[in-house]
Design a protein around this ligand. Structure first.
Ligand code: HEC
Ligand code: HEC
Length: 181
C-alpha cells in the first residue's frame, strides 16, 4: 500500500514537472513561429493527413487560425459523387430551424410547397419508413435534414483527395480497352 502511494506521488510530481517544462518551452518559442502560409500550398499527398491538417506546422508549435470560411450561396445544384449521395445544399441555411415543432426546410421542400418556392421537392425515399411503406408526411428517419445534407464553404481542402466517380473509372477502362465497349 505504502509503495503504491509513493509511486502515485512520484507520478504526480513528474507530471507537474513535465507540464511546467512544456509551458516554459512554449513561451520561448512564441516569437519564432512563422505565420501560416495559405492552405493550398500545404495540401499534401495521401498518407500525410496529420501533417496536412496542421498545414505543415510542427506539432509543438501553435498555428495561426485560418479566417472563418464562408458558406457558398450560389443556388447552383452541384454534381453528386455517386447516385445515392445526399445532394449538398446550394444555399445558406442560417436560422432555418429544424426542431420537434417545426421544420423550416419542408416549408420549401415539401411536395405541396415546392412549386411556390421553385425548390426541388424531397424525393420519394423521404416519405418511406424502414419497411419501405410510403407515409403521407416526411418519414421520421428523414426529418433531420442536416444529418445527411450539408452546405459547402469556400474553405480550401486541407487533405488531398483522389476520389474518382464511377463514370471516370469506366471511361478510363474503356479508353484502355481501345474504346470498343
Ligand atoms: C426558402 C425556401 C427554402 C428553404 C427554407 C430551404 N430550401 Fe433547400 N432549396 C431551395 C431552392 C429554391 C433550391 C434550388 C436551388 C436554389 O435555388 O438554391 C434548393 C435546393 C436544395 C438542395 C439541392 C437539391 C439538389 O438536387 O441538388 C438541397 C439538398 C436542399 N435545398 C436542402 C435544404 C435543407 C436541408 C434545408 C433546411 C435546412 C433547406 N433546403 C431549406 C429552397 C429552400
Ligand atoms: C438519412 C439521410 C437523409 C435525410 C435525413 C434527408 N435526406 Fe434528402 N436525400 C438523401 C439522399 C440519399 C438523397 C438522394 C437520393 C434520394 O433521392 O433518395 C436525397 C435527396 C434530396 C433532395 C433532392 C431530391 C431530388 O429529387 O433530386 C432534396 C431536395 C432533399 N433530399 C431534401 C431533404 C430535406 C429538406 C430533408 C429534411 C426534411 C432531407 N432531405 C432529409 C438523404 C437524406
Amino acid at each position: 500500500m505504502a509503495i503504491l502511494l509513493l509511486a502515485a506521488a512520484v507520478a504526480v510530481l513528474l507530471g507537474i514537472v513535465i507540464a511546467l517544462s512544456f509551458r516554459l518551452g512554449d513561451r520561448k518559442q512564441v516569437a519564432s513561429v512563422p505565420p501560416a502560409a495559405p492552405v493550398a500550398e500545404h495540401v499534401l499527398p495521401h498518407g500525410s493527413q496529420i501533417d496536412a491538417m496542421r498545414r505543415g506546422i510542427p506539432i509543438d508549435e501553435e498555428a495561426t487560425p485560418l479566417p472563418m470560411a464562408r458558406v457558398l450561396n450560389t443556388d447552383l445544384k452541384r454534381e453528386r459523387g455517386y447516385p445515392m449521395q445526399p445532394p449538398t445544399i446550394p444555399h445558406s441555411i442560417d436560422n432555418y430551424q429544424v426542431t420537434v415543432n417545426t421544420n423550416r426546410c419542408m416549408l420549401c421542400h415539401a411536395r405541396a410547397n415546392a412549386a411556390d418556392f421553385q425548390a426541388p421537392p424531397v424525393s420519394v425515399t423521404h416519405y418511406m419508413d424502414r419497411d419501405d411503406q410510403f407515409l403521407a408526411t416526411i418519414s421520421p428517419r428523414r426529418y433531420f435534414c442536416n444529418q445527411c445534407h450539408v452546405v459547402q464553404t469556400d474553405a480550401q481542402p486541407l487533405v488531398a483527395n483522389g476520389f474518382r466517380d464511377i463514370d471516370t473509372v469506366l471511361a478510363a477502362e474503356q479508353a484502355a480497352a481501345g474504346g470498343d465497349r
